[in-house]
Design a protein around this ligand. Sequence first.
Ligand SMILES: Nc1ncnc2c1ncn2[C@@H]1O[C@H](COP(=O)(O)OP(=O)(O)OP(=O)(O)O)[C@@H](O)[C@H]1O
Ligand SMILES: O=c1[nH]c(=O)c2[nH+]cn([C@@H]3O[C@H](COP(=O)(O)O)[C@@H](O)[C@H]3O)c2[nH]1
Ligand SMILES: NC(=O)CC[C@H](N)C(=O)O
Ligand SMILES: [Mg+2]
Length: 540
Amino acid sequence: MQESHAAEATQVSHLYDTILILDFGSQYSHLITRRVRECGVYCELLPCTQKIAELNFKPKGVILSGSPFSITDEGAPHVDPAVFDLGVPVLGICYGLQQIAMNRGGQTGLATKREYGYAELNVVRHPGHIIADKLFEGVADKTTVWMSHGDHLDQPPKGFTIIGTTTTSEYAAIAHEKEHIYGIQFHPEVSHSAEGTKILKNFVIGICGANANWSMGSFIDKEIERIRTLVGPHGCVIGAVSGGVDSTVAAVLMKRAIGDRFHAILVDNGVMRLNECETVKHTLNDSLGINLTVADASDLFLSRLKGVTDPEKKRKIIGNTFIEVFEAEAHRIDNENKELGRDKIEWLLQGTLYPDVIESISFKGPSATIKSHHNVGGLLEDMRLNLIEPLRELFKDEVRALGSLLGIPDDLIWRHPFPGPGIAIRVLGEVTPEQVDIARRADHIYIEEIKNAGLYRKISQAYAALLPVRSVGVMGDQRTYEQVIALRAVETKDFMTADWFEFPYSVLKRISNRIINEVHGVNRVVYDVSSKPPSTIEWE
Ligand SMILES: Nc1ncnc2c1ncn2[C@@H]1O[C@H](COP(=O)(O)OP(=O)(O)OP(=O)(O)O)[C@@H](O)[C@H]1O
Ligand SMILES: O=c1[nH]c(=O)c2[nH+]cn([C@@H]3O[C@H](COP(=O)(O)O)[C@@H](O)[C@H]3O)c2[nH]1
Ligand SMILES: NC(=O)CC[C@H](N)C(=O)O
Ligand SMILES: [Mg+2]
């Protein structure tokens, strides 16, 4: 009994009313999750293959997403029919509507006219018929929605009434007359559907009756309790903390939960930004009270990188050396703890976010490896420690809101991401202390000027790369033959695709002047105007 209580207390879905979203592979599935959370309701996205009997929580309602499949395709995914026996409301979106129809004996035909883009939904009301009208309560009689489908419903299943039509879809929205089952052909989750969020809110709060208590304020207290239950009164936790927003927010939560039994390690790998280790140590240790040790292994990293030019080899060397240093630190702390009569470290803190979880359980399967990114965080999972991931259910903007509430300074919360292998993948070719120094100084000036121009928050990520080419220049009447700095700045939501940032020329001019004047070894600055894809954000 005691044990099952503990297990329950360690799942977020047991602490909040939870909406289950089943993902059939639509490109908008995670947007549904975002919108529902914006309504203050907690929800989780699981693959459509989820067996309802194996669910480890009882949802307040279920949403079936859209899909790139046609419902009659061979191999098209199908929902576990037990979803209709849960006794909770179900909302099908596009393919989800077609799933409902198929399960309930309706017919789905191939539409003669594809409907893609804006459409006007005519809401059909049924005065006195409460179930049917709940979904569009407070929604205008004619409202703009966004469509993206080829298949459509030929005939609604028995027991369903029409609650919305468009000129091309006679059954654009249907509802069961007695049970709370709804299907809509349009996508309420995309911002093009004018009243989409209102419709989702009607469903999750008005129809499912979910408590709208999901906020970062309430998350803090519950998460701290959850961590305490997991770790127990004596357990010790170690964490690799880079000073990036994810690991910092996770560290602050951990410190609030278990105080000094949490040890943070910042590894100085010799390829951090200018003054980075000192700044992070100062902020985390002195201002946020976190027990953080900086392990200076810069010589070790740089000696191992000597002569290496291949980007993937650099990542591997850094990843492996990182583990070595981290394990040695864990060992050192264990010895210290022994002397203090404390337990050995049993837990490893990780800053994993919800998008990583979604990607790894995605119905679409894992994507191809272009760069072995998670070589730092990822490899730590091989350690024989239990993982603890307080941000596992959160999106990045939720993590930032949480960080703010936890009193983390704004400049840390809004910091551009910085890759684990750091400047080593921004010095193209061989990484030597001299080359790192040039890249580091140029990067510092670049970021400083971006901040001076008030552009830092508009840009998702910016850095300076040092190219292994020399070009001729003239400085003070002397011929120079020096290296090139490439400036990169991108705007992106998810870092999967990105556009280069359009700087005012005056800002670029100032940056270029300062770098050439102040950084020895550089006589030329270029701006990278490539989008991702086909380029990537980092040069290596
Ligand atoms: N120099 C470092 N010292 C300690 N841990 C590190 C270091 N570099 C990376 N890590 C670990 O690797 C993880 C992954 O790094 P990553 O850069 O993806 O995330 P982050 O640094 O937390 O946040 P951000 O994406 O904002 O940089 C970090 O969360 C941290 O646990
Ligand atoms: O922790 C990391 N280890 C890595 O090896 C790595 N390589 C790229 N990045 C970061 O990932 C995002 C996308 O970068 P790319 O477009 O270059 O793949 C950008 O934010 C990059 O900074 C890394 N992060
Ligand atoms: N967006 C969707 O869910 C589309 C469903 C299905 N592929 C169709 O074309 O109708
Ligand atoms: Mg980082």
